[in-house]
Design a protein around this ligand. Structure first.
Ligand SMILES: [Fe+2]
Length: 353
């Protein structure tokens, strides 16, 4: 039977790929961001409202030298993750990721979907995304210039779909991409009080999967099974309890797969953003590093809004890693403005005995 030999996780915020000298450029984008949530009460606020109520101590972090120090610590951690991934050299990777206006829109947005077509194509971001800010354009270079037809393990994909259905998950499945795809999301509930619009563009691998492939797979391309969960968009966003249970069931499915394959679990995203919330980050890290499903299943919803919900990608991965605690390689609270905007940047790995 197949064996889960390791797990790997990192944030994928532009800050992971944007030199410290340029972090202030990303802060300019925050003034236009309509998805800012205040960490203390979960209230959806404007940049000016956030700034007015921000802890004055955050200002100590807004310094180019501090930005560069944090960026360097993140690179050291990502390089370490890359080295471990190369050493483990898994045969197959099962990936958990969310979708932010990439593969799914409101014409039909699944809570959980498994892709099991022959391949999933990655398109470089540069050139496929008009209207990027300067900061996002600089950081997008991490996604490379090469179109990658990434192989999918269709047998394991099909097996996971069947096993999840057998375990009472109403799972969606997809097997091919459209040539071009776009659409709208929202307005929904909670923080999502406006409509996000995406003009048709080539449909391919979402960034939650593409970031590990491009940044720390080290050129290796073990076949993947991408499992997409709707973390970000209400009303049918996944709950922490469901994300953890999904991970547990995916673990059972992998262990019941009739194969000698050495399987790795991979995820990316989070932690808190677009406002840094050290409290939810540290609570999630506590649950991850002690393999405490109770903590991970009950992370408070009022703090899990907007892209902070990508923490649930990690929760699903932790479920799949069973009783193995995660080793935290780094956590950097990536503040980039005095209002407290930025991203909690983390890197971690699971290495069972
Ligand atoms: Fe993301």
């Amino acid at each position: 039977m197949a064996k889960i030999v390791a797990g790997f996780a990192s944030s994928h915020t532009p800050l992971m790929s944007l030199p410290g000298q340029d972090w202030a450029k990303r802060a300019d984008d925050d003034k236009r961001n309509r998805e800012l949530v205040r960490p203390t009460d979960g209230k959806h606020v404007t940049y000016d409202e956030l700034l007015a109520s921000a802890d004055p101590k955050i200002a100590d972090h807004i310094d180019e030298e501090v930005f560069c120090k944090k960026f360097n610590a993140i690179q050291v951690a990502l390089n370490e993750l890359q080295d471990t991934f190369a050493q483990v050299n898994p045969d197959v990777v099962v990936m958990f990721g969310d979708d932010q206006d990439e593969m799914f829109f409101d014409d039909n947005y699944p809570m959980i979907s498994v892709y099991w077509g022959d391949m999933l194509t990655h398109y470089p971001r540069l050139g496929n995304r008009p209207g990027m800010s300067e900061a996002v354009r600089i950081s997008a270079s991490v996604y490379g210039t090469e179109v990658i037809d990434y192989p999918v393990d269709t047998n394991l994909g099909l097996h996971i779909v069947e096993q999840l259905a057998e375990r009472d998950f109403d799972v969606a499945q997809s097997r091919y991409m459209k040539e071009e795809y776009g659409g709208t999301i929202g307005p929904g509930t909670w923080y999502l009080d406006f409509q996000r619009q995406t003009k048709p563009r080539r449909q391919g691998m979402a960034h939650a999967f593409a970031f590990p492939v491009c940044r720390w797979f080290n050129g290796k391309r073990p076949p993947m099974v991408p499992i997409t969960i709707n973390t970000c968009y209400p009303p049918n966003w996944i709950s922490p309890r469901r994300a953890y249970a999904l991970g547990r069931s995916v673990r059972e499915a992998i262990e019941a797969w009739d194969s000698d394959a050495r399987v790795a679990v991979v995820t990316s995203g989070g932690l808190s953003h677009f406002t840094v919330d050290e409290e939810i980050d540290r609570l999630a890290l506590q649950g991850l590093t002690t393999a405490d499903g109770g903590i991970l299943s009950t992370l408070p919803r009022y703090k899990l809004q907007s892209a902070t919900t990508e923490i649930l990608n990690w929760v699903a991965a932790a479920g799949a890693m069973g009783d193995t605690p995660m080793e935290q390689i780094t956590y950097q609270p990536g503040y980039r403005s005095p209002a407290g905007t930025g991203c909690g940047c983390a890197v971690g790995r699971w290495l069972p005995e």
